[in-house]
Design a binder for this molecule. Structure first.
Ligand code: IPM
Ligand code: MG
Length: 360
């Protein structure tokens, strides 16, 4: 029997709703597999916590989380707390402290999804690797001449050799395992003078170690257009923190929307826990109505299972989601249905049980 400790942070808005479906899935995995147990601890660190305590997490939060095998996060953000506080005091410290330098986001058109590009192609299956610890997301910089007409703000981007090398290496090793053996490097070295040429330069250096992989460099503006006009071309796309962030919302949109798009914040060396979370946010507009789509969170659990070396469970989760999508009878409103969060969760679990009888 293998035991895994999972720190669960349901968060704000629709986070707790989708998380409770995720917890049901973890339970069903234990039943199906028989050889795995999850010891789950839930932490109510969110914007309400901030309003009570003046901080998003207790001071020793990272010390507490450090010993878990994985972290599952719902979504963070509420109108009561400025976004830069909720993000900079919860999500970003976790991604950084635990060296989750890979943000892995599959962009895959699942069976049963009629994407907005349905007339163009049905073959969308790539992964965006987003650098997750530096780049444009820094708190280096400041403001000067505040409250004067010549007030100014400076925000510094940080690109380190170490940071670039490790994310490009990861992207290449992933490309080696995939069908098309192609890596697209997102850049903007025509407009950004220092950092992007440096990013390209190091990517080229690293690329020499992977002669079997076809590499192309694509400026972020053109790349965004290609996501729409020829998405079937891509296999692995690697980008800086901000470029990866923007590309993956667009990626999610072309394969059925944010309601289904998963992500993993991964520390490949497994020196620290990795964190799995849907790409979507806390969606305050629909929170509490019981209609949020739990698929993104449940698929993120699939990524977690893959990271914990249970590839067969990860496949089972994706297949079960696909069965529900193909049947089209139990879908949340974002996918054109009228089912509730709980009904979709239950349906996926039913499929998992059905399919596992065949495959285990
Ligand atoms: C994401 C989100 C976050 C990010 C926000 C909430 C800071 O958009 O995970 O894509 O930009 O990293
Ligand atoms: Mg984002």
């Amino acid at each position: 029997m293998k035991h895994y400790s999972i720190a669960v942070i349901p968060g704000d808005g629709i986070g707790p709703e989708v998380m409770s479906e995720g917890l049901k899935v973890l339970k069903v995995i234990e039943e199906i597999h028989g050889g795995v147990r999850f010891n789950k601890d839930s932490f109510e660190w969110n914007c309400d916590y901030y309003l009570k305590h003046g901080k998003m997490m207790p001071d020793n939060a990272l010390g507490i989380l450090k010993d878990y095998d994985s972290i599952l996060l719902g979504a963070i953000g509420a109108e009561s707390v400025p976004d830069h506080i909720s993000v900079w005091e919860l999500i970003l410290p976790i991604r950084r402290a635990f060296q989750q330098y890979i943000n892995l986001r599959p962009i895959k058109l699942l069976r049963g999804i009629e994407g907005p590009l349905r007339n163009k192609t049905n073959n969308i299956d790539f992964v965006v690797i987003r650098e997750n610890t530096e780049g444009e997301y820094t708190n280096i910089g400041g403001r000067l001449h505040q409250n004067t007409p010549y007030e100014l703000a400076v925000q510094n981007n940080v690109f380190t050799r170490y940071g670039i090398e490790r994310v490009i290496n990861y992207a290449y090793s992933l490309a080696e395992k995939r069908r098309k053996k192609r890596l697209t490097v997102a850049t903007k070295s025509n407009g950004i003078y220092h950092t992007m040429p440096y990013w390209d330069e190091i990517a080229k250096e690293v690329g020499q170690k992977y002669p079997k992989i076809k590499t192309d460099y694509c400026h972020i503006d053109a790349l965004s257009a290609y996501f729409v006009t020829k998405p079937e071309y891509f296999d692995v796309v690697v980008g800086s923190n901000l470029f990866g962030d923007i590309l993956t919302d667009l990626g999610a949109a072309i394969v059925g929307g944010l309601g289904i798009a998963p992500s993993g914040n991964i520390n490949p060396e497994k020196n620290f826990p990795s964190m799995f979370e849907p790409i979507h946010g806390s969606a305050p507009d629909i929170a509490g109505k019981g209609i949020s789509n739990p698929i993104a969170l449940i698929w993120s659990i699939g990524l977690m299972m893959e990271h914990l070396n249970f590839k067969n469970i990860a496949d089972l989760i994706v297949k079960s989601i696909e069965e529900v999508l193909v049947a089209r009878t139990v879908l949340t409103p974002d996918l054109g249905g009228n089912a509730s969060t709980v009904e979709v969760g239950d349906q996926i679990i039913e499929e998992m049980i059905k399919l596992s009888v065949k495959s285990f």
